[in-house]
Ligand binder design. Sequence first.
Ligand SMILES: [Zn+2]
Length: 296
Amino acid sequence: MTKFITTSIFHILLISTVSIFCHALVFASETIPINNAEPVTPQKLEEQTAIIRKHHLKRLDDKLTNDLKVIDENCKYESDISTRPPENHVVLTFDDGPEPIQTEYILDILKRHHISATFFMIGEKVKQYPDLVAKVYAENHQVVANHSWSHPNFHDISTNQQFEQILKSETFFSNNSQPKLFRYPYGNSSCETNRLVHSRGYKIVGWHIDSCDWAFDKSGAIDFKEAVSCGVLPQYHNDYVAHVVSAVRARKGGIILMHEIHPNTIKKLEEIIIQILADGFIFGTILDDDFIPSMR
Ligand SMILES: [Zn+2]
C-alpha cells in the first residue's frame, strides 16, 4: 500500500512537472525538438508577425486609397464575408499550422471544452508534420483545410504560381470533407484562382471576426493602424480577449480567425472560449449547414 501511494505521488509529481515544463515552453516560446521537428522560435515568430503586418497594412492602404468597385471587379479580397453569420453560432479557425507544441496545446484546450474546430494548414508543414495532422483528424476536428503550400501573398505572385500553391498542397491533404475548403493567405485573392479552386470543388472561406492575435504585442497593446485593419475598437486596444469576445457579441457569432503560431491565441484561447460559452453561444464547424452561406 505504502509502495502504491509512493508510486502514485511520484507519478503525480512527474505529470505536474512535465505539465509545468510544457506550459513554460509554450509561454516563453522557447525551442524544444519534438519528433525532430523545428518549433517556432521567438525570432521566427517575430519574422512571421512582421510579414503578416506588412501584408495586412498593404490591404488596408489598398482599401483606403482605391475604388472599392475596382477592388471587387479584380476579386482581390474574396475572404471578406458580407453575409451575416448564423445567430449565436461560432466557428473557431486556426491558420498557419501545424506547429509542434502549439497545435497539441490547442487540441488539449478544445478537447476540454468538447469543441471541434477548423484548421487551415500550410502544405509544406503538413508534409513536415504528418503525425500532428493525424492527431488533429483523430480528435474529431471536422476539417483540415488547404491554406496554400508556403503561404505567399497571392497578390505578389503570378497566376501560375498561385495555381501551383494550391495544387501542390492538395496532394498532402487526405481530407474527404465536401466541399473542400480553401483560405487565401492574408485573405488576398484573384479572379483566376477563384475560378481554379471552384473548378476543383473548393469553397473559399474567409472570416467574420479577425482576432488579430498577431498584432497584440507582449505588453498586450495593439498599434493604432493595425487595430483599424483588424477592426479592434479603441476601448480594446489593450485587451485581446475583450476584443475577440466583444466582436463575437456584436456580430452575434461568426467565423473567428486565429493563428496557431501566435502566443496570444495560445495563452488566451481558453479564456475566450469560456467567455463565449458563458454568453450562450454554440461552437460549430465550417461545414455545419448554417455556415455554408458564409463560403463562396
Ligand atoms: Zn495564414
